[in-house]
Design a binder for this molecule. Structure first.
Ligand SMILES: [Zn+2]
Length: 256
């Protein structure tokens, strides 16, 4: 079993209790536009330089570009289709008021790259679901999941969920099966709340809805990159290093 399946039972019990409470009372919930983070990604994170990611919306093309490859941020240079910050699939699956920001960061030091995304839920609050489901749906296999602590000088460590992935595909020229290793690290942020667990986020959403009569906009932040199977846990150092520099740039000063 995966490690995070052993999270405290209180979450599950609490969730059931809240669900029955929510059903019993017809609560007029106050939707707020307050998010726990800034809805922007910096151009620089320490020694990493960021470039916006843009997706072609033409279903027959769906190519991906980085800002430094484009002269026009709105038009696909290959097919002339419209470009957007969401992929064609994300756009068709997610509610229209969902906000997605994505940037690829390249280290000027090692030339390694990571992709950061922030998904901010809209009014429906259905924009954020278990990342595991989407990832596996995209042909990836989760080989390990672990909660990693990112240390900070001025606050308690931030807990992030790290999924070690294997992507199974075929070489475009030879047609031979190829497997690439990667990682996907994420955590959730609500107003005044942070958690690496999907269930805990569901619990807080229910709790705030029932006891505070509020539905805050939750954000889901992810950092993904490449991993070397032979290097074991070496990628945890990259995750800790990068997030410790990214976090202070995106969290609101009054929340940290
Ligand atoms: Zn295109």
């Amino acid at each position: 079993m995966e490690k995070h399946d052993f999270q405290p039972y209180f979450v599950v019990i609490g969730l059931m209790a809240l669900t029955s409470l929510a059903l019993a009372m017809t609560v007029d919930v106050n939707l707020t536009d307050q998010a726990g983070i800034r809805v922007e990604l910096p151009d620089r994170v320490g020694g990493w330089i960021g470039a916006e990611v843009r997706y072609c919306q033409n279903p027959a093309c769906q190519r991906v570009f980085y800002a430094d490859q484009l002269t026009n941020m709105d038009r696909c240079p290959v097919c002339g289709g419209k470009l957007d910050s969401m992929s064609y699939t994300e756009k068709s699956l997610l509610p229209a008021d969902t906000i997605i920001l994505k940037k690829r960061y390249v280290s000027t030091n090692t030339m390694r790259s990571v992709v950061v995304s922030i998904v901010l839920s809209g009014k429906e609050r259905a924009s954020i679901h278990r990342p595991q489901i989407c990832l596996v749906g995209q042909g990836r296999e989760i080989v390990r999941s672990k909660v990693v602590r990112v240390p900070f000088a001025e606050r308690k460590p931030l807990k992030v969920m790290v999924l070690d992935l294997l992507q199974h595909g075929r070489d475009p020229t030879s047609g031979k099966p190829v497997t690439t290793a990667g990682y996907y690290a994420y955590w959730f942020v609500g107003k005044g709340r942070e958690t690496p667990y999907h269930l805990e986020r569901m619990f807080w959403m229910g709790y705030d809805r029932v006891f505070h009569n509020r539905a805050h906009r939750w954000a889901y932040i992810s950092v993904s990159g490449a991993r070397d199977e032979k290097q074991g846990e070496a990628h945890y150092a990259e995750i800790r290093g990068f997030i410790s520099k990214l976090y202070p740039r995106i969290v609101r000063p009054d929340e940290s």
